[in-house]
Design a protein around this ligand. Structure first.
Ligand SMILES: [Zn+2]
Length: 501
């Protein structure tokens, strides 16, 4: 424990969206919650904060079932294998994660299931949940429910083709009986309807969450989508489900499983934080001094901003302090997709050993725009990497050559911009600062000050390369022996592009 005389430094718990372990991570994943979370975490640490990042696999998402079947593995075994691979993909791109949670592991199963059941129990006790009968499509010949991954049709919000319970085009979140033209994936069987009772948060809630949404998320257009959803759907969030694959409902029989909500996952992550630091769960105590920041893509807009407010309000816990959302990266105009095999996979980029993972991070930051879809283009990627390598080489050579002509003993030109605000954080602004510095005239600086400013501007984006280049410049080295790299050829990288169906 800290002494009362110490100035307490701000504490942050960062929680990026739980990736679905239905395959390895692609560039679309990296460009969203994970890079945003990592860069913000590094900037917060540099400003003196204590930062902890916890993440884990979304093993109870039923999108894991088709690839597990295809791999002829038990669903749990498949999830654990994919969870391990995702953890190493993130590590390979220097995404710093303090604790990785596989909810199916011996270490976490009981705690994970208990935390999610505890939220359900608390909600029932406080009388702020409703038991609602709903109809779910059902395949007469197989006798199975058709929901989640198996249910396809059109989005009731925008009419685009959709599946599961969330539209990837407009972010609309729907229940099985709302999807238009419902069909079963890979089947022409006729669908019937079956009736089940499940728990939901009360539709009108005890309070209007519109104002809270504005506080939670700085990105206006995303807030508006969340507020519209809450107005239309009345803050009704599913807490149990008749689906078989999920967290066993140990509270009652209304729902075979407890829904694996993003908030429930975060609540368990916060529990792990509490055990690690011997403190209260930061999401259970209104008085917690730990700020909780969640990160998600637009496909999880409802899960990340509406549901957490509705659930925490209903069960008497605390919502997040901030949510950082992003739109998708696309590949040739189409969304990256694990199930459709459309994208660029991180493990393949790494295996080629032609591009440093930090250069990939830098490029993603350079094209990042949180509110618009951005397209990944291999030619532009290669051009960017080559321009950056060339620029670095020139700068390092110039510094090495001009060092002793300079009379500087210390340089006052480089005043670090320490004005750092979470609300204004964006990858594009972090990149813009770096690029402005690295393309400016290096002879305005002495060697030491160029090196330390370079380190300051690059480290959050390039946590390995930044310090390596700093060391090289400090030692007066030339870039030939460095990590800067040779000219990259487009053809050498073509194999990483996969165009799915
Ligand atoms: Zn839609």
């Amino acid at each position: 424990m800290e002494k009362s005389t110490d100035i307490e430094c701000p504490k942050f718990l960062l929680l990026p969206m739980q990736p679905t372990p239905n395959g390895r991570l692609h560039l679309g994943h990296l460009s969203g919650p994970y890079l945003n979370c990592d860069v913000l975490g590094r900037l917060l640490k540099r400003s003196g904060a204590e930062v902890t990042t916890i993440c884990g696999a979304d093993v109870y998402e039923n999108w894991v079932i088709p690839p597990a079947d295809a791999a002829k593995l038990e669903v749990g075994d498949f999830c654990t294998k994919s969870s391990d691979q995702i953890e190493s993909d993130l590590a390979a791109f220097n995404i710093s994660i303090d604790t990785w949670i596989n909810p199916l592991s011996v270490e976490h199963t009981t705690g994970y299931n208990d935390a999610n059941n505890e939220l359900l129990r608390r909600g029932q006790k406080s009388g702020s949940l409703i038991l609602k009968e709903e109809k779910v499509p059902y395949n007469i010949s197989s006798g199975k429910l058709v929901s989640g991954v198996w249910l396809i049709g059109r989005c009731p919000g925008c009419g685009e083709s959709a599946s599961g319970n969330c539209c990837e085009s407009c972010g609309y979140h729907y229940q099985p009986d709302e999807i238009l033209d419902p069909k079963e994936r890979h089947s022409d069987s006729e669908l019937e309807w079956k009736f089940f009772k499940s728990w939901f948060t009360k539709p009108d809630g005890c309070h209007d969450i519109s104002l809270q949404i504005r506080d939670l998320c700085q990105q206006r257009s995303f807030c508006d989508l969340g507020i519209n959803y809450a107005k239309q759907k009345g803050q009704e969030i599913r807490l149990t489900s008749p689906e078989a694959w999920g967290i066993p409902n140990t509270v009652d029989g209304f729902g075979t499983t407890v829904s694996n909500t993003f908030y429930g996952y975060c609540y368990y992550c916060a529990e792990v934080y509490a055990q690690t630091f011997n403190c209260e769960n930061p999401l259970s105590q209104a008085s917690s001094n730990v700020r909780v920041i969640a990160f998600a893509g637009i496909d999880n807009l409802v899960a990340a901003i509406v549901a957490p407010l509705a659930i925490s309000g209903a069960v008497g816990t605390r919502p997040f302090d901030t949510v950082n959302l992003n739109k998708f990266l696309t590949l040739d105009g189409q969304k990256f997709s694990t199930s459709r095999k459309h994208g660029v996979w991180l493990s393949e980029l790494i295996e080629l050993e032609l591009v440093h993972p930090d250069e990939v991070r830098l490029y993603i930051a350079s094209i990042s725009n949180p509110e618009f879809e951005v397209d990944f283009n291999l030619k532009k990627f290669v051009e960017f990497i080559n321009v950056h390598r060339r620029t670095l080489k020139q700068r390092i050579n110039t510094i090495a050559a001009t060092e002793y002509k300079s009379n500087h003993t210390s340089c006052y030109r480089c005043k670090f911009d320490c004005d750092f605000s979470i609300a204004k954080f964006s990858l594009e602004s972090v990149f813009a600062n770096y690029w402005k510095f690295v393309t400016s005239d290096p002879t305005e600086h002495c060697r030491g000050s160029w090196a330390s400013t370079f380190l300051h501007q690059s480290e959050a984006l390039m946590p390995i390369l930044g310090p390596e280049i700093y060391q090289l410049v400090q030692a007066g080295g030339s870039p030939d022996q460095s990590v800067v790299g040779h000219k990259l050829l487009l053809n050498d990288l073509r194999t990483v592009i996969h165009h799915g169906c």
